[in-house]
Design a protein around this ligand. Sequence first.
Ligand SMILES: Cc1ncc(COP(=O)(O)O)c(C=O)c1O
Length: 459
Amino acid sequence: MTPSTLMHADAPVIHTKLPGPNARRIIADDARLISPSYTRSYPLVAKHGHGCMIEDVDGNQFLDFSAGIAVTSTGHCHPEVVAAIQKQAAELLHMSGTDFYYPQMTELAERLSKIAPMPGPHRVYYGNSGAEAVEAAMKLARYHTKRQYIIAFYGAFHGRTMGALSLTCSKAQQRRRFAPLVPGVVHVPYPNLYRRPAGTDAEQYARDTARHIEDWVFRTEVPPEECAAIVVEAFQGEGGYLPAPPAFMQELRRICDKHGILLIVDEVQSGMGRTGKWWAVEHTGVEPDMITIAKGIASGLPLSALVTRAEIMDWTPGSHASTFGGNPVAIAAAMATIDILEREGMENAHKVGEHILTRTHDWAQRLPLVGDIRGRGLMIGIEFVSDKVAKTAATEQRDLVVEAAFEKGLLVLGAGPNTLRLSPPLIVTKHQADIALDILEESIQQVASGKYKRPSWSE
Ligand SMILES: Cc1ncc(COP(=O)(O)O)c(C=O)c1O
């Protein structure tokens, strides 16, 4: 099997027992050499990537509906992105934007400014990862407002550096034995329409969830004039693929405006066209004060950005910087990525996302274990429950479906305690989506009927 066959493939081809012999060797080395803190759901050892296909070190071909955790927005190794990287790599690899100037930083800033979800003028800060963009947002919020408190949400994931981790509230293991974290962070509930109390109106529930901040937090814990920012995902990612209802976001905006608080929207996972618009927040009719961007921005090269209303970014030289942030090669990849997303990726995300939601609209009624399917564009979550009335989380069954899909050559990941996420590259075709859904449906049926036999690697 060669990468050229990968280029024309649509469907998985698994010709070894998984993991194959080469994969097994690398996984053994990994177990000896690499930090055991990583969470691998299954033994995929990637070698080549093209479009939505990944070939492993044994020549097995997988259909990738994870996009390397929502990163390879234009697909793996898009030729235009690769060409842009190669060209830039031959011209200038690095010259640290913290101490010198180069044109790529302003060129990308102009493009991000054009597509930002709030009116300009804007300013842009560059980092290398989502967590770094979030750290910058936290620090800037405190710097600009001279206030210390920050409100974030249960289920949120904003990264794992100490500041970002203080906002993250997704899994206790992510925080275990790292305390004390950055003080001044308060967590409040995030809406989950599927799990709202029976008989409540969806919009009222969404509004009331946001009002908890005024009704409880500001009354009992945080004086609002000491609150710098509310940090929110407009589509909660790691917490379980939950789209924020517009009424919830609008209420947050109202609260922020009333008390002079900054609204920071984390678009690290939901941004760059994944939801069919540049930003998930655009589905809610709300204009944020800052957004954080990473993952899909550069199709796989490490780059992140914090984009703010210009007047907010008022910190002075020396306040914040990063040696590698805004690397010219990563920016070249980002410029090519934006071209592709603008031309076709974002519209395709909308179209194929609609196709998936249409094809799966009756899964919650028709298929066992499926409680809810929700999403925007190509950010789609399938929530698994063992009892559809009690909505009992079916975490183990969700994990088995992820595993069974892998065995059939489909790469998907979990999100939250009992949701499976679909986050393919934005250039995925309807045909590939159909193949993925066929595999998923078969996997769900097998797990639900008890016919799924676990492979030896998972025991
Ligand atoms: C919404 C959100 N913010 C921040 C991060 C952290 O990004 P990184 O892993 O690049 O630090 C993630 C990662 O999953 C994310 O989903």
